[in-house]
Design a protein around this ligand. Structure first.
Ligand code: SME
Length: 154
């Protein structure tokens, strides 16, 4: 469960960070450290028809550092521009397995200038780990990051 202060921490980060890659790195750290129940947190960037892992925090690296936009829960979230919550990854045929212990996942797109430029991907070792509050807070975080990316790219 993320604490509501996460949004003000990310707001503060966005007001001082001028480099897009560092913004993703610091945002991942803030999310991981603030919401201690999240087991793995990453941000993928959209590059042409691929999602490319830009920053991550967790006990182990994923082999999925590049995901085609037509694959996985990550690809679905990016192409539909919608948050995807999967309560039980083993019951979802879209799921690309990264870690054997993962049970649920949330993917939140980050939009800038009307298009998805990146996404937050979080894995949990518990089934149904993500509720509406997680979703609301993470969507606010994605919105703040997207607005900053839009400023940095213009
Ligand atoms: N499970 C994701 C792939 C990324 S890993 O969770 C880090 C998916 O199905 O797209």
């Amino acid at each position: 469960m993320p604490v509501p202060q996460l949004t003000s921490l990310v707001e503060d980060l966005c007001s001082r960070e001028h480099d897009e890659s560092k913004l993703y790195e610091r945002a991942v750290e803030l999310i991981f450290e603030t919401a201690r129940s999240y087991d793995w947190v990453g941000i993928y960037r959209v590059e042409e028809d691929m999602l490319v892992l830009s920053a991550w925090k967790g006990p182990q690296a994923t082999e999925h550092v590049r995901i085609p936009l037509d694959q996985g829960i990550c690809g679905f979230a990016a192409t539909s521009s919608q948050t995807v919550v999967v309560d039980d990854v083993n019951a979802d045929p879209r799921y690309l397995a990264c870690f054997p212990q993962t049970k649920s996942e949330i993917v939140v797109p980050i939009s800038a200038g009307g298009e998805v430029v990146a996404e937050i991907d979080i894995d949990s070792d518990r089934v149904r780990a993500f509720d509406n509050l997680d979703r609301e807070i993470l969507e606010r975080v994605a919105d703040l990051i997207g607005k900053r990316v839009s400023e940095l790219r213009s």
